[in-house]
Design a protein. Structure first.
Length: 381
């Protein structure tokens, strides 16, 4: 019986202790669970707070940041790849460069020109044939009607040809040989024809004290008179048969009866000789033979050349390329045209200076000055 009572008591105590242990365990689990819940809630709140806190900063950064947004880059790229928009219909597009000139052939002869002004082509000018204009001036001048002392009338072809040679010199005013002929008269009366003829020019009101086109014109006036005296204006004139100078270097030929040995007086003479030899082969029309030969009769003996060597070629060129003969003699006028120069009619002052011819050359001078753009179309340019 005692054992039963003891067993009951022991079992009761065990039950009580077990209950207490479970209670403590449950209480601890509840605290842990509560702490866990609290931590979770705190973390969530903190997360929300962080999100809320960062949001204004992100917005501020987006506003202040000037860097391109990837989306913007995509948009800009699309804009750049887009085709150009049509130009504004009112926008002016120049069709030419101001000051540019354009030339066109005329139906008959000559050229017409138009100029670009403010980016737009102007109208074409009237047709203009500079070669024909020069010839017309000569043909209608008093120079062509002059009766030359001891020679009579000059061939019209000679006066026209000299007009064209002068026009060519004006168009090449910067060329060294032309500059020499245009230079002011010197005091060297033995070699410079302008100095030797000073009193004659002064008496006619023609001053050569200043270099330029006026002095060039006066030189060509005297040159014209020299050609009349030496050959009567006939381009094919051969040597003086009464003279003994029959070698290649000394035989005279052409409009001004010049001989090859004269080339020693200036390097310009050799330059002209070399140049016109080539031109006669490549572009013979520039020699103006067709102009100078109009109504001029040349005999077989006129075409005869003398000697052997380079002088023979020189004689032929003097006759077959009259412009060479004239340009060469123009230089000679200034370097061996005085009282002890190469040409007899200059030494004796028999070559005439005529005001009628000065008027003709002056008119040609004005024509070239006013129409210098057309120089490139001159037959002998």
């Amino acid at each position: 019986m005692k054992n039963n009572i003891f067993f009951i008591i022991f079992f009761s105590v065990f039950i009580i202790l077990q209950a207490c242990t479970d209670s403590v365990k449950n209480s601890t689990d509840a605290e842990v669970f509560a702490d866990s819940d609290s931590n979770i809630m705190t973390d969530e709140n903190d997360s929300d707070a962080d999100i809320k806190k960062d949001a204004p900063d992100d917005q501020s950064d987006n506003i202040q940041n000037d860097g391109p947004d990837p989306a913007d880059e995509s948009i800009e790229s699309d804009e750049n790849d887009a085709p150009d928009e049509p130009a504004d219909e009112d926008e002016f597009i120049p069709e030419c460069i101001d000051g540019t000139k354009e030339y066109a052939d005329c139906e008959t002869s000559g050229k017409q020109v138009r100029e670009c002004i403010s980016g737009v082509w102007g109208d074409f000018s009237n047709c203009f044939d500079i070669t024909a204009e020069v010839i017309d001036i000569a043909d209608n001048s008093e120079c062509i009607n002059v009766y030359w002392a001891d020679r009579g009338d000059a061939p019209a072809a000679y006066i026209k040809g000299m007009g064209l040679v002068f026009a060519g010199a004006l168009c090449h005013s910067g060329r060294s040989d032309v500059a020499l002929v245009s230079s002011a008269e010197t005091s060297d009366t033995e070699h410079d024809a302008l100095a030797w003829y000073h009193d004659i020019f002064a008496g006619l009101g023609m001053s050569n004290d200043t270099a330029g086109t006026d002095t060039l014109r006066h030189a060509y006036n005297l040159l014209t008179g020299l050609g009349i005296r030496e050959s009567s204006g006939e381009h094919c004139c051969g040597r003086d048969t009464s003279a003994t100078n029959t070698t290649a270097d000394t035989a005279e030929a052409g409009l001004f009866q010049t001989s090859y040995n004269s080339h020693i007086f200036s390097t310009e003479l050799d330059t002209l000789y070399s140049y016109w030899k080539d031109v006669k082969t490549l572009t013979p029309e520039k020699c103006l033979l067709e102009i100078f030969s109009q109504d001029v009769t040349c005999s077989e003996s006129d075409w005869e050349n003398f000697g052997v060597g380079e002088g023979v070629t020189f004689q032929a060129l003097e006759k077959e390329c009259p412009i060479f003969a004239a340009e060469y003699a123009a230089v000679m006028l200034r370097v061996s045209g005085g009282s002890k120069g190469h040409y007899g009619p200059l030494r004796t002052r028999a070559a005439e200076v005529r005001t009628e011819c000065d008027s003709m050359f002056n008119e040609i001078q004005q024509l070239i000055t006013e129409n210098s753009d057309f120089c490139q179309f001159l037959v002998n340019y």
